[in-house]
Design a protein around this ligand. Structure first.
Ligand SMILES: NC(=O)c1ccc[n+]([C@@H]2O[C@H](COP(=O)([O-])OP(=O)(O)OC[C@H]3O[C@@H](n4cnc5c(N)ncnc54)[C@H](O)[C@@H]3O)[C@@H](O)[C@H]2O)c1
Length: 254
């Protein structure tokens, strides 16, 4: 895909299912990638493996915890200075606890908002000045079909994704004049570690139930979401900003 050569992207949750595929898709298009994830996520090994395929220095692991907002601000400022600013940002990392509303402690509730939404605000705040200086850029926030359809026992997660929609639309207005586009991708059910907790002990039954909720008769792949993110960062979508792109096989049609 054109538009990525010589550019640098920061991808949060880059060691996880969808995030690691977003990194690969960007690397295939010639983009350098900084993969942010928890220190114990396996991100270092993933970055080393990606460098073997795509070239030395093309993938860099940035260990960190999105729950620590002051630390994230410091570290992302240092990172941006070290790579001469980022052209692209993909706010992808998230946690999705499942419990009835009365079971969440205040700390658990706040952790979901902090990791899934507030950290994205901090990264946009830190990276936007560099994108302005460079004359443009692109941001993709990874949301979820849950915001459109609702889902029992995932209220904090759904609320955090709603915050990302607000971030996407208002920041698109604010940064558009600087040629920086801000969009969102909302995956449906995608087979990753995040989804495992919903399998119970019967993956086949889960797949069957999921396909019945979709229009298309097959399970998705992480590449489906990565390609949507790549499209929204590429010049192919140059006139698209402030939008939510649903990638859900027809599970929800907004
Ligand atoms: N898989 C699905 O079915 C699905 C559906 C809808 C939306 N999504 C969204 O897609 C995105 C990626 O999900 P996934 O399925 O690849 O999940 P995943 O669990 O495979 O990956 C998430 C990554 O985020 C990282 N992470 C979690 N907490 C962190 C923290 N405090 N600091 C830094 N990194 C942290 C994890 O280490 C992991 O690598 C998420 O925003 C999720 O809400 C996924």
């Amino acid at each position: 895909m054109d538009g990525f050569q010589g550019k640098t992207a920061l991808v949060t949750g880059g060691a996880g299912g969808i995030g690691s595929m977003v990194c690969e898709a960007l690397l295939e298009s010639g983009c350098r990638v900084v993969l942010h994830d928890l220190p114990a996520s396996g991100g270092a090994a993933k970055a080393r493996a990606l460098c073997q395929t795509f070239g030395d220095g093309q993938a860099i692991f940035a260990p960190g915890d999105l729950a620590d907002l002051p630390g994230l601000k410091r570290e992302s400022q240092a990172l941006a200075a070290a790579v001469d600013g980022f052209d692209f940002l993909v706010n992808n990392a998230a946690i999705d606890p499942v419990a009835p509303i009365e079971a969440y402690s205040i700390d658990e509730f706040l952790a979901v908002q902090t990791i899934n939404a507030h950290a994205a605000f901090i990264l946009c705040q830190t990276l936007a000045p560099h994108m302005k200086r460079k004359g443009g850029g692109g941001i993709v926030n990874v949301m979820s079909v849950i915001l459109s359809g609702g889902w029992s026992e995932k209220v904090p997660y759904a609320m955090s994704k709603g915050a990302l929609l607000g971030l996407t639309r208002s920041l698109a207005r604010e940064l558009g004049p600087h040629n920086i586009r801000v969009n969102a991708v909302s995956p449906g059910a995608i087979p990753t570690a995040l989804e495992h907790k919903h399998y119970g002990n019967d993956r086949a039954a889960f797949d069957h139930r999921t396909i019945k909720m979709q229009s298309l008769p097959f399970r998705s792949d992480i590449r489906d979401v990565a390609d949507a993110a790549l499209y929204l960062l590429s010049p192919l979508s140059r006139f698209i900003t402030g939008q939510e792109l649903h990638v859900n096989g027809g599970m929800y049609m907004g």
